[in-house]
Design a protein around this ligand. Structure first.
Ligand SMILES: C[S@@+](CC[C@H](N)C(=O)[O-])C[C@H]1O[C@@H](n2cnc3c(N)ncnc32)[C@H](O)[C@@H]1O
Length: 255
């Protein structure tokens, strides 16, 4: 019998996409992308016409812990081999004004891809373009599909490192174990009922203390209960408010 995978084991039945960067002009971008890959569990970095990656330079400087594995293990590849050996997904900005017959259409968002990629059997590569001119139309025409991050129509073009980071974040379910794809479930210590009741008593005392009109007090208390009910106070928050209200009601009248 196959043992149940533990919660921290990565999803085993999926081959994570490789990340290809075409003609990266700035080594810093390659470092930023390598770091995002390490953050979100991607390992296979492919570089088409890469710049010189000096171990004392920007790429390694920007790569954080990816300088230990993702970056030194990067593979140089030609664009021809990339499009022949991989199911390629070109990442590019599009706007609503883009001509629909254009090479940038149809497109998926990274979130769409996260759902669909597990069903693609061929090795896949996400392809990012140059910082200044992106992927050329000729390159896009040879790529299997297009992925675009939805952004302002007025300015949908992110910088290369940001675009790769957002895309890889959205695809993290392909590489990370379920318990790594979300933050730890830290139990909120909700304020116990007697503490919340004391808080309302203190409010009532304060309303009396400041001579809030008697005929309005019930309504005001109802409103305060609603406000604090919505706030869903933690024990610490309730105690802090209680302390402040107590000091306000116990303060000797001035003058
Ligand atoms: C600064 S952009 C290139 C700008 C270039 N003028 C263009 O319009 O493609 C660098 C790379 O980031 C990625 N990128 C930028 N914005 C994107 C978006 N909204 N969706 C997907 N990828 C994006 C693409 O891979 C692009 O080639």
């Amino acid at each position: 019998m196959t043992p149940e995978p533990s919660a921290t084991e990565p999803p085993s039945d999926r081959t994570p996409p490789a990340v290809a960067v075409v003609d990266a002009q700035f080594p810093g971008n390659v470092g930023t992308i390598a770091r995002a890959m390490k953050n979100f569990g991607f390992e296979d970095l492919l570089l088409v016409d890469p710049p010189e990656l000096d171990p004392d330079g920007e790429a390694y400087g920007f790569a954080g812990h990816a300088r230990e594995d993702v970056l030194p293990n990067a593979t140089e590849i030609s664009f021809d081999r990339l499009v022949t050996e991989y199911h390629t997904i070109g990442c590019t900005a599009v706007t609503n004004e883009d001509d629909r017959s254009h090479v940038r259409f149809p497109f998926s968002t990274p979130a769409d891809l996260a759902e669909r990629l597990p069903t693609v059997e061929a090795p896949t590569a996400l392809v990012f373009g140059r910082e200044r001119v992106g992927l050329t139309n000729e390159e896009l025409a040879r790529i299997d599909e297009i992925c675009s991050i939805p952004a302002s129509d007025e300015y949908p073009v992110l910088n290369l490192g940001q675009a790769a980071t957002i895309t890889l974040y959205e695809l993290r379910s392909l590489t990370l174990a379920d318990d790594e794809t979300q933050l730890p479930d830290v139990e909120r210590v909700r304020a116990p009922e007697p503490t919340v009741d004391r808080l309302y008593d203190q409010w009532a005392d304060l309303l009396a203390e400041i001579n809030h009109p008697e005929e309005k007090r019930d309504k005001t208390m109802r409103m305060l209960r609603r406000v604090f009910g919505r706030a869903d106070l933690t024990e610490r928050e309730a105690n802090t408010l209680l302390g402040i209200l107590r000091r306000a009601t116990e303060r000797p009248a001035e003058n």
